[in-house]
Design a protein around this ligand. Sequence first.
Ligand SMILES: [Zn+2]
Length: 133
Amino acid sequence: MARMRINCPDCNFDLSVNVGQSIVRDKLVWHRSINCSNCGAVYEEDGNETPEEIRSAIIKENGLWGISLVSVESKTIVYKVLRECLGLSLSDITKLSNNDSIISGTETEVSWLRNKFEDKGISAVIKRLEVKQ
Ligand SMILES: [Zn+2]
């Protein structure tokens, strides 16, 4: 859970709202709860593709996380998981393949990806990355 500032959709009042991501029935979802202290408007928003502003609010509060694979017996399976989960093309994946952490994102995103790899028998570890300021 993180906080971000937006303007109330009804009265334009400047609000601090809760945003977050979770894994629901194997899917990665995001949500935002708006509860306006000025006009009383209440909105619950959610969806599959996390909007960039929500992602950056979460990363700002909880850090950037990376996932690396412990043992890779078949690169084909790794590519398949990455393609299915993230919609990456083969050339995107080739660019990533020589880094320590193959993918970075929010803690929920990389945990979700770890579950996907473990479903296919590939062990993966996630860790918080040091972000250079
Ligand atoms: Zn309002």
